[in-house]
Design a protein around this ligand. Structure first.
Ligand SMILES: CCC(=O)SCCNC(=O)CCNC(=O)[C@H](O)C(C)(C)COP(=O)(O)OP(=O)(O)OC[C@H]1O[C@@H](n2cnc3c(N)ncnc32)[C@H](O)[C@@H]1OP(=O)(O)O
Length: 343
């Protein structure tokens, strides 16, 4: 489903499986939760490997020119930013030797992506060095750029300088519910209004190729005000396997844009985003990881103002190793939630 992101209406932001589930160390479970887990794990099989087989599988048109198609299109009817970044990184990586690994990318989203036509990716081989290789990618639709991206790749170079922050302490993914399970739980409430049901069923029908388990759903859905910080487990649906680090970075780039910007909205449950879109996105890859295994996403927003929000993200492996960091600024044009929707 669509992740309940910043553009969502109040009917879905009221998703809270139980009012006590706001802490990050002791989730509450019930037999109902356990049944829902079994149900949803069956559903995920249908989307197996869709990211690899379709979204990130670009068609080569000419030297350094590729075409990408869409899988999931958000309700905003503009292309999902993570898809464009992921595809741009795939295109960039195609002309880079296998012993060079993506270590960073910097992107600007300059126009909304049109879901009705494919995206062309034009790659410029900016520089090939002994240790670093840089590629510039322009994503184009209707003859105009929608994204400009620079990606840098490095040969593996060990160093005695090694440090990282400590991974936050949270419940393991096995103890938490997926976004789909949270929606089903909400749908099972007997007093739910018909239009809310309709909206939630629409969300469930979306086929998002990633799985998300919010650590604190009440904050994730902005049911109550909270500090601009969120934690969730995420992974690509399906099996990718070891050995293709380039692909794992592209999948992580896809996932990284999914729930970042909503962090900046968490202190303001009385406002809904009328227009929310990522403006730029940067990412740094630190260590090897498997994007088809649960990774902990830690997002915090250091600033909001001038109709923009700035969010930093850290992506942790389950064993506590910091796999990647990202930063994004997004446009957030908001309006107050009408009194009637708060009921
Ligand atoms: C998970 C998050 C995601 O994946 S988001 C997807 C990835 N990101 C994107 O698609 C963003 C792509 N970039 C863009 O669309 C443009 O760069 C944006 C951010 C819109 C640039 O904004 P701007 O310079 O305002 O563009 P524009 O003049 O074409 O206007 C676009 C619409 O916004 C309106 N607008 C403009 N200024 C204001 C304002 N101050 N207050 C209210 N509205 C404003 C314009 O009227 C225009 O509206 P409309 O589209 O004509 O209805």
């Amino acid at each position: 489903m669509a992740g309940g992101e910043v553009g969502d209406s109040r009917s879905t932001s009221g998703l809270t499986p139980n009012s006590g589930h706001v802490g990050v160390t002791e989730p509450q479970k019930s037999p109902e939760d356990e049944n829902l887990k079994t149900l949803a794990s069956q559903d995920t099989q249908d989307l197996k490997s869709v990211l690899v087989a379709s979204v990130l599988n670009l068609e080569k048109l000419d030297v350094d020119l590729y075409r990408g198609t869409h899988h999931w299109v958000p309700r905003t009817q503009r292309l999902f930013g993570g898809q464009i970044i992921g595809q741009a990184l795939v295109a960039a990586a195609k002309s880079v030797s296998d012993n060079f690994y993506a270590h960073s990318l910097h992107c600007y989203f300059v126009r909304a992506g049109d879901p009705k036509v494919p995206v062309l990716y034009q790659v410029d081989r900016t520089r090939d060095g002994r240790s670093f290789t840089v590629r510039s990618v322009k994503a184009v639709q209707h003859g105009q750029p929608i994204l400009i991206c620079q990606a840098s790749f490095q040969k593996l170079q060990p160093s005695p300088l090694e440090h990282q922050f400590t991974v936050p302490s949270v419940p393991p993914p096995e103890d938490l519910l997926t976004v789909e399970e949270l929606i089903r739980l909400h749908l099972s409430k007997p007093d739910l209004a018909e239009d809310a049901k309709k909206g939630l069923n629409k969300l469930l029908a979306n086929e998002v190729p990633i799985e998300i388990k919010p650590v604190s759903p009440a904050h994730f859905y902005r049911f109550m005000p909270s500090e601009p910080r969120r934690l969730f487990w995420g992974r690509a649906r399906g099996y990718i396997g070891e050995g293709n680090m380039k692909l794992h970075c592209c999948v992580a780039a896809y996932v990284s844009d999914f729930a970042l910007l909503g962090t900046a909205m968490q202190p303001y449950p009385n406002y809904r985003a009328q227009f929310a879109a990522s403006l730029d996105h940067a990412m740094w890859f630190h260590s090897t990881f498997r994007s088809d295994e649960w990774m902990l996403y830690e997002c915090e927003s250091s600033w909001a103002g001038s109709s923009r929000g700035l969010v930093q993200g850290r992506i942790w492996r389950r064993d506590g190793v910091l796999a990647a960091s990202c930063s994004q600024e997004g446009l957030l044009r908001v309006k107050p939630v009408p009194e009637s929707s708060k009921l």
